[in-house]
Design a protein around this ligand. Structure first.
Ligand code: PBG
Length: 307
């Protein structure tokens, strides 16, 4: 019998293609399916050079891929979980989350080893309010300047000399073969990544429960638990990637999860922290979010919406 072919919808950026080929290889190794890719340009990609930080978290990297699944042109879509909004439309579900890679942010510079090495008033590139806020909370003297585009074009802008340093996700750099550009890692608990950073997810139609079941073998149990906790936190905070929320969950040896999260004002002057350990990822995320809300997170996140 010939094997059935699964069509994987993907964005057409270098990073998205790497991630989708990674998922395709796992599917071919662990299921009876063969695979083909359907690369697409999403609205998020078209706006990448302009206004993304305002639009992030609204699923602008997903819509075209989801439409391809509804139209029967694709069976699944592959995403950076970081780009998947916490509240998914009812028609879709995440059927697998692969083992998380390095979740840290990377400090990338051609002249300096770390944040502490930067001279007074140095220009650092990022368009993420979360990264901006953490930079300024640690180093209020720095000048944070916008930096947009895909990973390759952001590195090019650093090399052009517009910035003393830039901040990118370590996972994206490593996947594209740029690990040697990482001068140092900004790691938890001192520095928190975005919700779901470093994790790749597979989305399918909610009514395709057979496929969802078959693809669940791709999932990494501990990663999936951690991502569920972080996403539950985001949902309760009504966060998107355009607001300054940092979160990082870790699975412990007794199968519990530890979740640490923070909410920042865009200028980094206000920082709320919360952390908790628990077994149920959804209630853990909610409890940590409620702790942050009781400390005034709503008011601080409202500052992000205006920024
Ligand atoms: N915001 C875009 C985005 N979405 C996922 C990654 C990197 C890979 C990942 O975090 O899984 C990046 C690039 C970056 O933030 O530097």
């Amino acid at each position: 019998m010939t094997k059935k072919i699964l069509t994987l919808a993907t964005r057409d950026s270098a990073l998205a293609l790497w991630q989708t080929k990674h998922v395709a290889a796992a599917i071919e190794a662990r299921t009876d399916y063969r695979t083909q890719l359907l690369p697409m340009t999403t609205e998020g990609d078209r706006r990448l050079e302009v206004t993304l930080s305002k639009l992030g978290g609204k699923g602008l990297f997903l819509k075209e891929l989801e439409q391809a699944m509804l139209a029967g042109e694709a069976d699944i879509a592959v995403h950076s979980m970081k780009d998947v909004p916490a509240d998914m439309p009812d028609d879709f579900l995440i059927c697998a989350v692969l083992e998380r890679a390095d979740a840290s942010d990377a400090f990338v510079s051609n002249h300096y080893q770390s944040l502490d090495d930067l001279p007074d008033g140095a220009v650092v590139g990022t368009s993420s309010l979360r990264r901006q806020a953490q930079l300024l909370s640690l180093r209020p003297d720095l000048q944070v300047k916008p930096l947009r585009g895909n990973v390759n074009s952001r590195l090019q802008k650093l090399d052009d000399g517009q910035y003393a340093a830039i901040i990118l996700a370590s996972a994206g750099l490593i996947r594209l073969g740029f690990e040697d550009r990482i001068a140092s890692r900004l790691t938890a608990p001192q520095w928190l990544p975005a919700v779901s950073q470093g994790a790749i997810g597979v989305e399918c139609l909610a009514n395709n429960s057979q496929l969802a079941e078959e693809l669940s073998v791709l999932s990494h149990a501990d990663t999936h638990l951690c991502i569920r906790a972080e996403r539950a936190l985001n949902l309760t905070l009504e966060g998107s990637c355009s607001v300054a929320i940092g979160a990082y969950a870790e699975a412990l040896s007794d199968h519990s999860i530890h979740l640490k999260a923070a909410v920042f004002s865009p200028d980094g002057e206000q920082v709320l922290n919360a952390q908790q350990q628990g077994y149920d990822p959804e209630s853990l995320g909610r409890v940590v979010a409620e702790d942050l809300l009781s400390q005034g997170a709503k008011e601080i996140l409202a500052l992000s919406e205006q920024a």
